[in-house]
Design a protein around this ligand. Sequence first.
Ligand SMILES: Cc1cc2nc3c(=O)[nH]c(=O)nc-3n(C[C@H](O)[C@H](O)[C@H](O)COP(=O)(O)OP(=O)(O)OC[C@H]3O[C@@H](n4cnc5c(N)ncnc54)[C@H](O)[C@@H]3O)c2cc1C
Length: 395
Amino acid sequence: MEVVIKNYDVIVIGAGAAGLMCAAEAGKRGRSVLIVDHAEKAGKKILISGGGRCNFTNLYASADDFLSKNPHFCKSALARFTQYDVLDMFEKQGIAWHEREHGQLFCDESAKQVVNMLLEKCSKHAVIIQLNCHIDEIIQNKGFDVHTNQGLMHCESLVIATGGLSIPKMGATGFGYQIARQFDLTIVETEAGLVPFRLTGKIHDSLKALAGISLPVVASCGGQSFCEAMLFTHRGISGPAMLQISSYWHAGEPIEVNLLPDLDVRTWLQEQKTLRGKQHVRTVLADILPKRLVLHWCECHIPDKPLQALSESDLDVIVSQLHAWQLKPAATEGYRTAEVTLGGVDTACLSSKTMQARDVEGLYFIGEVVDVTGHLGGFNFQWAWASGYCAGQFV
Ligand SMILES: Cc1cc2nc3c(=O)[nH]c(=O)nc-3n(C[C@H](O)[C@H](O)[C@H](O)COP(=O)(O)OP(=O)(O)OC[C@H]3O[C@@H](n4cnc5c(N)ncnc54)[C@H](O)[C@@H]3O)c2cc1C
């Protein structure tokens, strides 16, 4: 018979942003805490985030930046551990940071500093971290028995912080959903979010020549719009605008792209017509759009004539192809490259104050495994910190 090797007040499964935060907070309250993770290293996603600089929060974070079946669920945690609390935590640790566009905050130096900060906080409060630890089974038994390849551990409070399905190569698993189902919690269907689009067939053949071109656009789908950069790639389209809109896209739907969001193309072309009527559309448009893109648009989407020869219907075509280009992706690149997983443990099954399962005393879910998904821009870490902090006060 397997012998209980250690009893803990709290076991946290998952040494990511949410799990480390929760463990440190619980340790601070004097709880004995163990974190287990099947990976060989803690905080692997933090290390690769934000191009190695970790976009750790956003100055303007609010509930509006999150998708969830219940958009109100995240409000309580976000209010109890705000972006300013995150900044305070970073400043106490001496981590220098800078702001980029849209209020995105990044480390000046390296994401490693963030992992080190969390590990130091854990160590300060005597949290034990057990890596390369694979969980075989969890059984409710006056608390929870956690059967692992490193023996049987027991705890009063069990925190599931195993993240979502994105980037399986980095150790992402559906383990959190499996545990939720085991305890009869419902799962909101999961999908890859913040992910590039793949194009196929004719559209791919025609657009792949544009690979490498990036330009600011407004991308719209599912009632949402994002004004960010779009990037043509060898496989399809990416860039922040496309990553953002991917979280709102469903298979088969078109995405509308405004390639010149800051210009009224019709008025501008009419002005140009009086100034340089003999010049062709492609010459004139090359002043305001990347040349390679213009050549392609003039070959495939819009009439290329001298401006003075443009009819009203020609203008209509140009305006709609530049201001409301309709693009139908074949699919997203899926979990392989997605930054996040949409959906997850249904918030209806959790307390927004404690993150505890309503019907399973002592079982908590935090971070990305929960059906709360942020936009691009530091919001997903903000959710990990906030949900981890809140659970840490109650476990
Ligand atoms: C490339 C990339 C860049 C990103 N950049 C940013 C950014 O700059 N800003 C931002 O806000 N968000 C970013 N994100 C999203 C952000 O990383 C996640 O939302 C966040 O890490 C979620 O934290 P978490 O603690 O819930 O889960 P995770 O960080 O995924 O941690 C889960 C942990 O659980 C462990 N685990 C999983 N399954 C098991 C199991 N069966 N047994 C034991 N352990 C298990 C994993 O090994 C992992 O350590 C990025 C994501 C990616 C993929």
